[in-house]
Write a protein that binds this ligand. Sequence first.
Ligand SMILES: CC(C)(COP(=O)(O)OP(=O)(O)OC[C@H]1O[C@@H](n2cnc3c(N)ncnc32)[C@H](O)[C@@H]1OP(=O)(O)O)[C@@H](O)C(=O)NCCC(=O)NCCS
Length: 228
Amino acid sequence: MDASVSMRHGPVELRLIRTRDARALQHELISNRRWLQPWEATLPGVQTGIDMRVSIRRLLQQYRDGSGFPFVMEYDGEIAGQLNIWGVMRGSLCSATIGYWVGERFAGHGITPAAVAMATDLAFRDLGLHRIEICLRPENGPSLRVVQKLGFRYEGVRRRFIHIDGDWRDHLAFSLVQEDVPEGVLARWAHGEVPADWSAVPPTDLPPTDLPPTEMPPTDLPSAGRQG
Ligand SMILES: CC(C)(COP(=O)(O)OP(=O)(O)OC[C@H]1O[C@@H](n2cnc3c(N)ncnc32)[C@H](O)[C@@H]1OP(=O)(O)O)[C@@H](O)C(=O)NCCC(=O)NCCS
């Protein structure tokens, strides 16, 4: 893949990461600690700091050896976050995983769905990949919306799958294979043709919600007979 490759959908641009992005990304990561930490991958038993220079060097090495494709997402020309195609498996699998984040001030502008759609189309059309997977914590409502908007198919729960925010966390797995989207992910989304049910998660796979008292289901016990 050409290192100067970039894709655009409206104000959203997806382009390969560069060494000179380190300062802007480091600033976003540090100023968004509270926003990002619950969803950030960690290493078991290891405390790590943020060093984007080292991180970008490692990502570009993965790019050179073909095991990853690291991007930044820009919004109106400003760096909003990162998207990585990682864990590229060739041979009889031809699959990879997509991970992403944006800074809090960029949330809710549809940046990530547009970028994921473009990255998946690139993977299927130009990178020779057949399957793209996205895994997210069941508690991550905004990330769940991203896969729902694009119609990634729900596959199931991966128990204690990735070390996130200091512990092994359950994840919900979603995927698309090339044959699912002959017209492309971005085009299917832009034309409003995403199947509504592909991303449906059974309630039993989602964390229990705390219903406020007014919405508690009715009980057949007479209230006078109940003790605290
Ligand atoms: C998950 C995340 C990448 C979504 O990116 P995004 O570019 O904001 O995506 P969208 O604009 O499509 O918004 C998705 C949902 O986020 C929620 N959302 C919107 N604005 C928000 C805000 N200011 N704060 C919190 N959530 C917000 C909404 O539920 C929205 O769905 P809707 O459009 O149906 O209302 C982003 O919230 C994020 O980076 N979160 C922290 C890191 C993270 O969770 N990474 C993913 C790990 S799997």
